[in-house]
Ligand binder design. Sequence first.
Ligand SMILES: [Zn+2]
Length: 340
Amino acid sequence: MKFTLISSALSLVALAQAASASLVDTSNKWPNPENIPVCWQIEELQKLSDFSPKLSVINDLDQLMMMDAEQLVTILSLEPSEENLDKIENERFLFQTILGYEQGTQAIKPYISIYKEKIKEMAINEYHKKTNIRFTGWNDCTEQDKQSTNNIRINIVGLYFGNGKYQVTGAYSGIGQPSTELKGKPTLSITVSPEINEKTELAVKGSVIHELGHALGLQHEHDRVDAQDCKYSKLTEPTISNTPSSYGGNYRYVGPYDSRSVMNYCSDGTELTNGDVQGLQYLYPESTQSKAVKCAINPASNYKETGFNYKGWCNGFKNQNACESAKKQDITLCKWTTSN
Ligand SMILES: [Zn+2]
């Protein structure tokens, strides 16, 4: 009975606010959202033969998958006991993953520079257009960059699944600004395919927008306790809480649940929804300078009510002349003069 009441209250809220929702982590926010450095840290992956020298006789994943447990036990020079046979079946998945990444990453090597361009374009087209976040840099990471906690370091990998199939799954990212624990390592990884077509590109795009969402502090939308329509939901009891039970971080719900969110495993979305944008706005409110630009373009706008004095609003810009001339016609140019 209680459950029904909560549900109907929720759908009323959802109707009133349309699709606007997010699950955000406020603990590792970036200090300057208008200048978040991004660099490429393309890693050589561990080879199956490094991991287990005896397995160097296996040339490809198809060969590994065709071998039965007894053959693998022989290759690894284990006693053919029942226990070892079980162990091999458990470890085959690990071998498969290592060999899959090794072969997949080899296969995508000729396409790395194409994917760098595509990923950059995908990120800018979504985030720069819809939010006040600006990703900058996009060069290969220097040794100094790799030790920094003030950048997003992107790795690009391939994953071969056997039988000629490549899979665009298994991407990951840290949540928010990286901690010192991630020093030296990529902070975000995207899996791509050597088969570049509309379908794989869309899958990569969804993954890029999703992982960058994590890197900015967005969490999985289906992990909200009110994500009742999603099979991945960790909902165990019908209570609305401000903190999902599975997380220990500093989590906040922004608006009602969004089933279309790019951060929702139950959505096949490849773009930021209004709800995702609202979550990012909660974490990174528009800067005073951006407000000043809008205020100067349209002094009658709501920004006037914030009490900001828009006279002399170009003072904070590096290129004041460009700003002065831009404020009459081009708001975009004006915003850009702040970030270089
Ligand atoms: Zn995720």
